[in-house]
Design a protein around this ligand. Structure first.
Ligand SMILES: [Fe+2]
Length: 360
């Protein structure tokens, strides 16, 4: 029996196939929007009203709270499940919880008066810093963009190269040995010649479901305000099947086949073992945990409250931290590409620390 869709409309499916992404309006539970945004500025250590305190133009935070993904964005989750072919296809543990690992694009005074065309943007990537990437890898089937603030035009929304997915799929087809992160210098060299760019514009609460191989980067925030998103993912249990006898492919698989201009790819076989490891970017985000906690506790104390009033996984004891680590791959060993350490000015350096242990 062919796949049935109860939550994705024909229009949704056509949009996802054509563009590689889908918008779900007003999808995030209001409760979490309010609770998680309430101490954003405390965590940052910036003054919301004084932009001179906004030292960085772009910051990625660690996660202090997480809830089951369907609880955060139920309407989007129903569509996510159908895009990947069913709930039983999704890893039962990994990234089943979505949280407040905010990515803030502040922009700057400079960008208020300067422009840049999309094909000159830098930082192109697809989200995978935690496994060896093959054409059929489904470790990141979908990158989800949860919008916690409005994102107006020119407001620093995620920039996607819709026709860039073809070059990514072709490169991966030609490299059955797979790529180990970082692969930013090899996999996206075709992006400057792409023609179909789109920049996310949103209302707070909107969710964008994007194909895991869709190349994206930040766009400059010309409005100089704090744009807040999170980017959780959907990890599958089995690799994509690009050779289904009944041709009843999932939406995710259809996007790849369409990019390759093929009906099936029976000949593709990885020539190296699959490998998953500690997410490279987690290292620098988690390095912030201790200082954020300190500020959160101080803020509570200034209201006459104790540390127990602070809501953070890192204050819930060893068991809770262990669960959190498993859900997010922090229990894995560091991979061949090391991890990233953050430097001022939104710069990063690859390091190979003796221990990946964080912090608290
Ligand atoms: Fe990304």
């Amino acid at each position: 029996m062919p796949r049935e869709y109860h939550h994705l409309t024909a229009e949704d499916r056509a949009h996802f196939l054509e563009h590689g992404w889908l918008k779900v309006s007003n999808a995030i539970d209001q409760r979490y929007m309010e609770e998680w945004m309430a101490d954003l500025w405390t965590r940052l250590g910036y003054d919301a009203e004084d932009k001179s305190t906004w030292e960085e133009t772009y910051i990625k935070l660690p996660r202090h709270r997480e809830v089951p993904a369907p609880e955060l964005c139920p309407k989007a989750w129903e569509k996510i499940v159908e895009i990947v072919g069913g709930d039983d296809k999704i890893d039962p543990v990994r990234e089943r919880y979505y949280g407040d690992q905010f990515i803030i694009n502040f922009g700057s005074e400079y960008w208020k008066t300067h422009e840049i065309p999309p094909n000159e943007a830098i930082g192109w990537h697809h989200d995978n810093d935690w496994y060896r990437q093959f054409l059929d890898s489904s470790g990141n089937a979908l990158t989800i963009i949860c919008c916690f603030t409005d994102i107006p035009a020119r407001g620093g929304g995620t920039l996607v190269a819709e026709d860039g997915i073809e070059g990514v799929c072709k490169y991966l087809y030609d490299h059955p040995e797979g790529l180990d992160s970082p692969f930013e210098d090899t996999l996206y060299t075709h992006i400057p010649s792409c023609k179909k760019f789109a920049t996310i514009e949103a209302k707070a609460g909107d969710v964008f479901i994007t194909h895991g191989l869709l190349p994206h980067t930040w766009s400059e925030n010309h409005l100089h305000y704090a744009r807040v998103i999170s980017n959780p993912h959907v990890n599958l249990v089995e690799p994509f099947n690009l050779n289904r006898k009944d041709s009843d492919y999932t939406m995710c698989e259809q996007v790849i086949l369409r990019a390759l201009g093929r009906e099936s790819v029976p000949e593709f076989k990885p020539t190296r073992p699959r490998l998953s490891h500690y997410p490279r970017t987690a290292f620098f985000k988690r390095a912030r945990v201790a200082e954020e906690l300190q500020r959160m506790i101080q803020a509570a104390e200034s209201k006459g409250l104790g540390p127990e009033s602070v809501d953070s996984i890192y204050l819930k004891g060893e068991e809770a931290i262990k669960e959190h680590e498993k859900r997010n791959g922090y229990d894995k060993e560091i991979g061949p590409g090391g991890v990233l350490e953050w430097k001022a000015g939104n710069k990063y350096e690859t390091v190979r620390p003796a221990s990946k242990a964080v912090l608290v």
